[in-house]
Unconditional design. Sequence first.
Length: 191
Amino acid sequence: MIPPGAVTLGLLAGGRGERFGGRDKAWIEHHGRPLIAHANDALQAPFAARLASVREDDERLAALGLLPVHDLRPDFAGPVAGLEALAWACPTPWLLTLPVDLSGMPADLPARLWAKRGEHGAGTRDVHGPQPLLALWHAPALATAASAALEAGQGAAWRLAETLRLPALDLSPRVLANFNTPESLLQDAGP
């Protein structure tokens, strides 16, 4: 069981949306609701706070109970910059991160990650391999590691998971859906 006040949810919603014509992917509708709303509702746990790494402030975030967090670097540096910003802004020792374009997580994922965590957290994998952005991180360790990685020109999230030696929670045979294109949204049967 996750102790109350120990974990913050951090949604990664600040991507460029290049495969969506530059549209902010977080607000793209899927089954009548924006992707960020689906992600926010996907994992229920006693989260102390809910943050969203976003490109720009949007009043709709408050309606979802999300606090906006912006990259600490001027140029878009990818998801590791989002992880960095979320980790530095995290008010709790632990941060569970989830990209807004991922679906199919089991409802008990937060508790399973908490049980699997090592010193610096726990990662996930599905039948296709590691899902490095869906993870539980020790926020101070992630903040330091993400900043160091970006300073060194390393922008791969899987390297952070390796650097911090996150044990992987295997979700197989589950397949997590990645909504990376408009076509992928059409292929998904349900939220």
